[in-house]
Design a protein around this ligand. Structure first.
Ligand SMILES: *Cc1c(COP(=O)(O)O)cnc(C)c1O
Length: 375
């Protein structure tokens, strides 16, 4: 699905020398490299505060801990997404309220959010799935109307721009009250281990987020709030600083692959290529097709046999996961979520992918449905 090694070889000198420097100075935790990356990332995103942490799931947990919510408070999340979002909500004793997504954008539906708001609703966690922003302007309007917090799960869309109706742009992850991201190796900005970050424009929240990620202390051994231990290490910061300089170029390389896939697959009436929303750029963390004639699983088998990596993100709606049964009361079917779980398939896409590799994937799909490429 990705080729992290070829990407590494192109920036090897910078990464190797930076890591050697960390080894020589032994500033493994909270060293100057972490501070440097934090500042570079703030500048790139145009956000006032970046709080580095240990992974994307921690970022979500720390963000929710900072909102001062009480057990039983409701947090609205999409039902079609990675588990981390709903998981941390449940872990904190809050109630995840799972709602449907848009069929075309794969992202949480603003209409569904509106319908799910109750007196207990305190926050919304939109997930910018596959590399494209949710409709943040509408979501922020709803949140402001009802006095709700918005925490963006930006683990899949780092580098994407949201485009407001008046034409201004903002990086995803900087629009809600808090944004969260992951630096897991296969993410668009990935390190060589685990890592994550929390973003906010709010000074008060930034203070609190820093504290929570550091055992609730800002002065050592004086603990103001109950926190946790979540740190980005210096070696990962070296990798991230080196890769951040190339992030926009990495995004463009992914879009180039997506364009080439689109050109081929838009000719097939049994496939739907990814929809590109007018209010967001797309950084293609995943290139996800919808196979609309109920033949997704047969196609998957064909790709597996041909040795082409592919993944189903995600095969089961959150409310049908055993772990989330306690929160599934009243939901048994969300139309778009159910449909997408049966239709989606993600193909290889990464920064080092050549035209020949794309054409090979296209050829295997074409050979399976003889004729559509020619038509
Ligand atoms: C990867 C991911 C996370 C979790 O990040 P980790 O660093 O693996 O904890 C959370 N949400 C989404 C949407 C993700 O894709």
């Amino acid at each position: 699905m990705v080729d992290v090694r070829s990407q590494y070889l192109k920036i090897k000198d910078e990464i190797d020398s930076g890591i050697r420097e960390v080894l020589e100075t032994t500033a493994f935790i909270n060293g100057p490299k972490v501070k440097k990356f934090e500042e570079e990332f703030e500048q790139y995103l145009g956000v006032k505060h970046v709080i580095p942490c240990a992974n994307g799931t921690d970022a979500l947990q720390i963000a929710l801990m900072a909102l001062g919510l009480k057990p039983g408070d409701e947090v609205i999340v999409p039902a079609f997404t990675y588990v981390a979002t709903a998981e941390v909500i449940a872990l904190l004793g809050l109630t995840p309220v799972m709602v449907d997504v848009d069929y075309d954008t794969f992202n949480v539906s603003s209409e569904a959010i509106r319908k799910a708001i109750s007196p207990k609703t305190k926050a919304i966690v939109p997930v910018h799935l596959y590399g494209q922003s949710a409709d943040m302007e509408t979501i922020m309007e709803i949140a402001n109307e009802h006095g709700l917090f918005v925490v963006e799960d930006n683990a899949q869309a780092i580098g994407a721009d949201y485009i407001f109706k008046n034409g201004t742009r903002a990086k995803t992850g900087t629009i809600g009250h808090i944004g969260c991201t992951s630096f897991y190796p296969s993410k668009n900005l990935g390190c060589y281990g685990d890592g994550g970050a929390i973003m906010t424009q709010d000074d008060h929240l930034a203070d609190l987020l820093h504290k929570i990620a550091n055992h609730g202390q800002s002065v050592r051994y004086y603990h103001d709030v109950v926190g946790c231990n979540s740190r980005l290490d210096s070696i990962q910061a070296v990798v991230l600083s080196a890769k951040l300089k190339h992030l926009d170029e990495y995004c463009r390389a992914r879009v180039r692959v997506a364009d080439r896939y689109d050109d081929a697959f838009s000719k097939a009436d049994w496939l739907k290529v990814p929809y590109r929303a007018p209010y967001s750029t797309h950084v293609f963390h995943q290139y996800t097709l919808r196979v609309i004639e109920g033949s997704r699983d047969a196609l998957k088998k064909k790709l597996d046999e041909a040795g082409i990596p592919n993944m189903i993100y995600y095969p089961v709606p959150l409310y049908k996961q055993k772990a989330f049964e306690p929160f599934a009361g009243g939901i048994d079917y969300l139309e778009n979520t159910e449909k997408l779980c049966k239709e989606v398939i993600s193909l290889p896409i990464h920064t080092e992918m050549s035209d020949e590799q794309v054409d090979w994937v296209v050829g295997v799909l074409g050979g399976w449905r003889v004729g559509w490429l020619a038509s």
